[in-house]
Ligand binder design. Structure first.
Ligand SMILES: Nc1ncnc2c1ncn2[C@@H]1O[C@H](COP(=O)(O)OP(=O)(O)OP(=O)(O)O)[C@@H](O)[C@H]1O
Length: 262
């Protein structure tokens, strides 16, 4: 087996700019196939920007981003193909309010496949089962708790059986019990379906237990990459400041983040 086959996502010498501003630079990162990688960092550090490069929303100003050995394409058609292999769970869930849970999950199947209705119904039932919501098929988003809605969004994200899952702040707005359920599901789905998962979050303590690898972003670069145990043991002042959530230290919080926190 070649090395490329074992690597699901590779960033090599990547610089990411927003307008004239460089948000991240010198990004070298390998995400092993089958792993769960937690991407951690303070608000405004560039975690979502990193994801945008992975899904092709933002082209790197320098370096290369590869998904399953292929450079993330710039051309729209090739990009749409790539995106079918990446399941994305966004903070806001993005469920359509006038569709039931089952109809929301069926949407990507209807849009991207020509499978007959009974097959789609079957697949939707399987996805609902996978997230533990077999009985919620006919409920509308307004009838779901926050944790249930997140699970429906997760079922929709895996509808097309993408080999790579990307989670952007999957715990936002959830109480500790619902958070535990979601983290367990992310971990179970990764193992049972043979996925690779990248979780962008500032919920360090909830995420590290299910992660194989952790990456910390701060001050425009990767300041740590290793196992969760290595992260906990790190004596790097930047890492310690982030883990302890201290406002003062070597991490320079940008003004946008400061305004948000105020
Ligand atoms: N579309 C955009 N146009 C211009 N600047 C942007 C855009 N998106 C993000 N930024 C800026 O890039 C920086 C990094 O933002 P990003 O959202 O990637 O950080 P983050 O670590 O995901 O933050 P959070 O944890 O708050 O979601 C911020 O200073 C932000 O203001």
């Amino acid at each position: 087996m070649t090395e490329a086959i074992d690597i699901a996502v590779r960033f090599a010498g990547v610089r990411l700019d927003r307008g004239r501003r460089t948000i991240l630079s010198g990004i070298d990162l390998d995400v092993p196939r089958g792993s769960i990688t937690a991407v951690l960092g303070p608000s405004g550090s560039g975690k979502s920007t990193l994801l945008a490069a992975l899904t092709g929303e933002l082209a790197p100003a320098a370096g290369t981003v590869e998904v399953f050995g292929q450079p993330v394409p710039q051309r729209q058609r090739a990009l749409l193909e790539l995106r079918k292999s990446i399941g994305v769970l966004l903070q806001g869930n993005g469920l359509l309010t006038d569709l039931t849970a089952a109809e929301n999950i069926a949407l990507p199947l209807r849009t991207h496949t020509s499978l007959p209705r009974p097959v789609i119904d079957r697949l939707v039932a399987m996805k609902l089962h996978a997230v533990g919501l077999r009985n919620a098929a006919d409920l509308y988003p307004r009838e779901l708790s926050g944790g249930m809605a997140r699970r429906v969004a997760l079922a929709r994200a895996i509808a097309l059986d993408p080999p790579l899952m990307v989670y952007d702040e999957p715990l936002t707005g959830l109480d500790p019990i619902a958070s535990g359920v979601i983290m367990n599901l992310i971990s179970e789905l990764n193992d049972n379906l043979g996925l690779t998962s990248i979780i962008v979050t500032h919920h360090v303590h909830e995420t590290l237990p299910v992660a194989d690898r952790a990456v910390v972003i701060a001050n425009g670069r990767i300041v740590f990459a290793g196992t969760p145990a290595e992260l906990e043991a790190s004596d790097d002042p930047l890492v310690r400041q982030f883990l302890r959530g201290e406002p003062d230290g070597p991490i320079a919080f940008d003004s946008a983040a400061r305004t948000e926190a105020a």
